[in-house]
Ligand binder design. Structure first.
Ligand code: SAH
Ligand code: MG
Length: 198
C-alpha cells in the first residue's frame, strides 16, 4: 500500500477533526492483528477509511474488510482514499445505517471493530457476537469517552451515550464466553475475545 498517501489521509482527517483512530489505540490493535492474521474483518464506522486502510495491511491472503458508514460525504471520501492507497480489492463499504445493515449480514468475522454511534454500542455488541467466529475478537473504540464513563458525571448532554458505554462494559465483562479488558489507550479501548469452551 501507498504509505505516503496514507499519511496524507491521516493529516487531512485530523485537520478536519474527523475522529480517526488514535495512534496508541491502533498500535494495540495491530499487535493483535499480527497474531490473528484475520481473513474477515467487520468495521462499524468507516469515516474516511483511515482505520480500515490501516487494518487491511494485516489481512491474511485474500482477506477482506467490510465496513459500514451512513454519512454520504464520508463514504465518497473513503472510496477515494481507499483507491489512492491501492487497497480497493480489500475493502468493501456498506452504505447506510449500521442498525439496519448489521442484522442483514450472514457472514462470520475474525474481528469486529466497533467505532460508531456510542448510544448504540450494546446493539452493536449483540450483532458482533452474532457474526463473530469462535475465538474471534471484538474491539470497541472510545469506550471510556473522555473519562465520562468511569466518573460519576451523568448530567452531561451525552448521558445516553455514557449509559450505553457503561452497559457495554457491564455486558462484556459479565459474559462468561468473553474475556474482556478495558485499556486506557486513546479514548479507551475494550478488547473482548470470544473463548469457546469445549
Ligand atoms: N473508524 C474510523 C472513524 C469512525 S468515526 C477511523 O478510525 O478511521 C465514526 C463514524 O461512524 C462516523 O463517520 C459516523 O458517520 C459513523 N456512524 C455513526 N453512527 C453510525 C451508524 N449508526 N451507522 C453507520 N455509520 C455510523
Ligand atoms: Mg473512535
Amino acid at each position: 500500500m501507498n504509505k505516503i498517501e496514507l499519511e496524507k489521509i491521516k493529516e487531512k482527517a485530523l485537520e478536519e477533526h474527523i475522529p480517526i483512530i488514535m495512534d496508541d489505540t491502533l498500535e494495540v490493535i495491530q499487535k493483535y492483528l499480527i497474531k490473528l492474521k484475520p481473513k474477515r474483518i467487520l468495521e462499524i464506522g468507516t469515516a474516511v477509511g483511515y482505520s480500515a486502510i490501516c487494518f487491511s495491511e494485516f489481512l491474511s491472503e485474500n482477506g477482506k474488510i467490510d465496513t459500514i458508514e451512513r454519512d454520504e460525504e464520508r463514504i465518497k471520501e473513503a472510496k477515494e482514499n481507499i483507491k489512492k492507497v491501492g487497497v480497493e480489492n480489500k475493502i468493501n463499504i456498506y452504505e447506510g445505517d449500521a442498525v439496519e445493515i448489521l442484522p442483514t449480514l450472514n457472514e462470520k468475522y475474525d474481528m469486529v471493530f466497533i467505532d460508531a454511534a456510542k448510544g448504540k454500542y450494546t446493539f452493536f455488541l449483540e450483532q458482533a457476537l452474532r457474526v463473530l467466529k469462535d475465538n474471534g475478537i471484538i474491539f470497541a473504540d472510545n469506550i471510556l469517552y473522555k473519562g465520562y464513563v468511569m466518573s460519576d458525571y451523568n448530567k452531561h448532554k451525552q448521558r445516553t451515550a455514557v449509559r450505553n458505554l457503561r452497559e457495554y462494559i457491564k455486558q462484556t465483562t459479565q459474559n462468561e464466553n468473553l474475556k474482556t479488558q478495558i485499556l486506557e489507550v486513546g479514548d479507551g479501548l475494550a478488547i473482548s475475545v470470544l473463548e469457546v469452551k469445549n
